[in-house]
Design a protein around this ligand. Structure first.
Ligand code: HEM
Length: 186
């Protein structure tokens, strides 16, 4: 997992819960990196899992909710670090259906060693997208947050439902619909 995912995560934890909580989860997690991350480095995903589990225990918020909130936060990082990629798309469904063949392809060049999910489009029209998510990291709540924020980025409302195909979340179907009418945040 890329260092930017760790550095931004720890920034978020500091902003939301304070530096003491950052220190606490780093100490509890017994990390090979000692909790020292550079944004261009690559670190073991197990470290992110331990940090999340210890944060969940410390602040008493379920893991899914923490990962979802981190996705909301990380989207803002993506739009500020990579505005050019977002500028290429005029529509959220076009953007989401291009992650696999365009966006994450660019990401692999920009972030060597990135561990990315695989997306497979099942159904697509201008108002609706069904897409399968595959990843051994099972970060489907992170994906859901990024998808919702993508719609918000284009001032559009969305309704995003997920169906776990594998119980452990390594294979998930997203059923995504545009919501017409006034922009509404989920
Ligand atoms: C400009 C747009 C984007 C950029 C630059 C980008 C970049 C990245 C980077 C750097 C990572 C971390 C890789 C690692 O830690 O090794 C990542 C992971 C991920 N990205 Fe993207 N991404 C973009 C858009 C999106 C969007 C719109 C989605 C929506 C679903 C998405 C879904 C994910 C997921 C779910 C992961 C977590 C890894 C996993 O599930 O296995 N990305 N992305």
């Amino acid at each position: 997992m890329k260092g930017i995912v760790f550095t931004e995560f720890l920034d978020m934890v500091e902003k939301k819960f304070g530096i003491e909580v950052v220190d606490h989860i780093i100490n509890e997690s017994k990390l090979q990196s000692d909790g020292v991350y550079t944004s261009v480095g690559t670190y073991d995903f197990v470290e992110m899992q331990s940090l999340l589990i210890n944060l969940s225990k410390k602040v008493d918020i379920p893991l899914d909710g923490l990962i979802y909130n981190y996705g909301l936060y990380f989207f803002n990082v993506l739009t500020s670090v990579h505005p050019g990629i977002f500028a290429l798309y005029k529509d959220p469904i076009e953007l989401l259906s291009s992650i696999e063949n365009h966006i994450h392809v660019q990401v692999r060049k920009l972030y060597p060693g990135a561990e990315l999910p695989t997306f497979k489009i099942e159904k697509k029209n201008e108002d609706h997208l069904e897409i399968l998510y595959f990843s051994e990291r099972a970060m489907y709540m992170f994906a859901k947050a990024l998808m919702e924020k993508t719609f918000e980025h284009y001032d559009q409302g969305s309704e995003i439902r997920l169906e776990k195909i594998e119980d452990d979340g390594t294979k998930v179907r997203f059923v995504i619909s545009k919501k017409h009418g006034a922009y509404q945040q989920n």
